[in-house]
Design a binder for this molecule. Sequence first.
Ligand code: ZN
Length: 159
Amino acid sequence: MITQNIDQLHARAGTRELVEVHGTIAHSSCLRCGARYPLPEVRARQADDDRRVPRCDCGEALKPDVVLFGEYLPVDALARAEDLAAGADLMLCIGSSLEVHPVAQLPLITLAAGGKLAILTRGLTPLDGKATVRMGGDIVQDIDALLHALALTATVVTS
Ligand SMILES: [Zn+2]
């Protein structure tokens, strides 16, 4: 599972292998010394601060370990995502406009390696014409229908 989500929902749903290419709110890091704190600790530090800014032991603010606009994606996560994309027989692109690079390149890697795409999202994407399957309705119903069509045994967890 490659996700642009940062909200931990995939992890909480039990996803075994998760590549969070935009990082996660599960932890925050110090902008000065790089110390990392888990979310419950960050929340406690935020509550204890007069200005509600979670702070490191060194006094600097903590930043969630998520990719903000203009920042680079984590190199290791992106490399793993590219490996998975290159090895996929079928990539399910779910709920993405496929417009934000470099993540939007991943389906092209799958296509170049001979894999196929299924795009399940509302609205147009630049790769609609390259998809073997294209669905744009209710995401839960579409996933269910696709899984049945693929004769996969899977449990879809929604929140
Ligand atoms: Zn620090």
